[in-house]
Write a protein that binds this ligand. Structure first.
Ligand code: FAD
Length: 467
């Protein structure tokens, strides 16, 4: 350790993981420096991820609902989209949050340094800012450099009509024909935004279903809605080449029915993200990444060097902001001498599509693969009054319970507000709740939350029979 380091803790990357770590460590009394290449804090999530996407999804949801109400006796006239205003509003939502972070950093006396950082050795970081370079020495360090979009082989991102999620969120025009490559969360959220704004949207997915890995019963409900919103959805299909012409992009695809080609005005590449573990001087500090580019950490978020920690998208799946935040807090506490460890039983995921899909813990397929005997409780929303009044009658709540212990091991919800509702299932898993614990809990009526209680009750009947 250097005799007089510039700080107790240096945090590289100011996304949800990095700023949470920096703030927690400062609260615990450490002298903290937070380094990011951008002057605005918040990382991908606040600036070009979670927040701007949710603002746009809300806007199209309001528009869709206004149109739907026309069939139920309230008509507003055809909604008009003003892209400049929509973009300005989205930016203002982001700015309120990022300004808030700047204030929180100042309050805690966290020093923010702007520039690209690279480890020089295990106790110092070289920062290249605009016209200025600095070397910062540290006692301990947390790496939180996040992830970047993957570019599949054969696709040249050089043409400005071929965009990644950041480009898609800029929304400088509404293309007539919009292709989304990748039927995962990000691809489907952006497909929802663009179809809502009036583009003819096509989705291409390599796997045999949308949202690969998610429970089939949930995906089926989303698929029904997407079939109405989208022009076409191709599964088991690969984009092999994109040819840029003056007027359009010709996209070659290879699917189960052979090769084909179609023209689009804009193409979003959303095939996944890879961790930013390169170019940050890991080798200089005696560290390395695995084949997928992740840095290995233990439950204290420690890397192979005991005083260097890593968190967030950089250390593994799921690449989600709430995972980064929790890991950031643990790393900060361990840096401060506390004995914290990562011990979450479950991490929820949400696709903020219309309808929303949320899931946590095991799916049926995973439970079967792990040889776990389970009982399931399903509650279709067609029997829930609140869901019907919200136009969410297609929704579904599904819970899985371990047959032996009766405890909830997984759950999935599809329907309006699924992302909010899943929190109860996450808490139930964390607390080891059994079906009766959820079913006997009085839920307010009429709400969507009743579907969680009803699904648990449905399973409780079967579980009681087993006892
Ligand atoms: P990041 O947020 O990626 O932050 C890393 C920071 O490090 C960046 O600011 C970067 O500039 C900086 N950095 C990297 N290298 C260097 C360097 N060498 N020097 C200096 N600075 C550096 N997650 C959710 O939970 N919910 C959602 O709804 C959601 N929606 C999303 C929508 C989109 C379109 C995208 C792209 C992502 C979404 N995510 C969502 C994922 C979420 O954004 C990430 O999981 C989260 O941002 C990860 O946080 P992090 O702290 O690990 O890294």
């Amino acid at each position: 350790t250097p005799a007089n380091p510039d700080c107790d803790l240096l945090v590289l990357g100011a996304g949800p993981g990095g700023y949470s770590a920096a703030f927690r460590a400062a609260d615990l009394g450490l002298k903290v420096i937070l380094v990011d290449q951008y002057p605005v804090l918040g990382g991908v999530c606040l600036n070009v991820g979670c927040i701007p996407s949710k603002a746009l999804l809300h806007a199209v949801k309001v528009k869709d609902e206004a149109e739907q109400m026309g069939e139920h006796g309230i008509s507003f006239g055809k909604p008009k989209v003003n892209l400049d205003q929509l973009n300005a509003w989205k930016r203002s939502v982001v700015k309120q949050l990022t300004d808030g972070l700047a204030g929180l950093a100042k309050q805690r006396k966290v020093e923010v340094v702007t520039g690209r950082g690279r480890l020089l050795d295990s106790h110092s970081l070289h920062v290249e800012g605009q016209g200025e370079t600095r070397t910062l020495s540290f006692r301990q360090c947390i790496l939180a450099t996040g992830s970047s979009p993957v570019v599949p082989p054969g696709i040249d991102m050089g043409d400005e009509r071929i965009i990644d999620s950041t480009g898609a969120l800029q929304l400088d025009e509404i293309p007539e024909r919009f292709l989304v490559i990748g039927g995962g969360i990000i691809g489907l959220e952006m497909a929802s935004v663009y179809s809502g704004l009036g583009s003819k949207v096509t989705v291409v997915e390599l796997a045999d279903r949308l949202l690969p890995g998610v429970d089939k019963d949930l995906v089926k409900v989303l698929r029904k809605s997407l079939d109405k919103r989208c022009d076409s959805i191709y599964l088991n299909t690969k984009v092999t080449a994109i040819k840029a012409n003056k007027k359009s992009l010709t996209v070659a695809m290879e699917g189960s029915e052979g090769e084909s080609s179609e023209r689009f005005d804009k193409v979003l590449v959303a095939v996944g993200r890879s961790p930013n573990g390169h170019g940050i001087g890991l080798a200089e500090a005696g560290l390395s990444v695995d084949e997928q580019g992740f840095i290995a950490v233990d439950e204290h978020m420690r890397t192979a060097a005991a005083h260097i920690y890593a968190i967030g998208d950089l250390v593994g799946q799921p690449m989600l902001a709430h995972k980064a935040v929790h890991e950031g807090k643990i790393a900060a506490e361990v840096c401060s001498g506390e004995r914290s460890a990562w011990d979450a039983r479950a991490i929820p995921s949400v696709a903020y599509t219309d309808p929303e899909v949320a899931w946590v813990g095991l799916t049926e397929e995973q439970a079967r693969a792990q040889g776990i005997n389970y009982e399931k409780g399903m509650f279709p929303w067609a029997a829930n009054g609140r869901a019907l009044s919200l136009g969410g009658g297609d929704g579904l709540t599904k819970l899985l319970f371990d047959s032996e212990s009766g405890r909830v091991i997984g759950g999935g919800i599809v329907g309006p507000g699924a992302g909010e509702l899943i929190a109860e299932v996450v808490l139930a898993i964390e607390m080891g709740a059994e079906a009766h614990d959820i079913g006997l809990t009085v839920h307010p009526h009429p709400t969507l939350s009743e579907t969680v209680a009803m699904a648990a009750e449905a399973a409780a009947g079967t579980l009681t029979d087993l006892i």
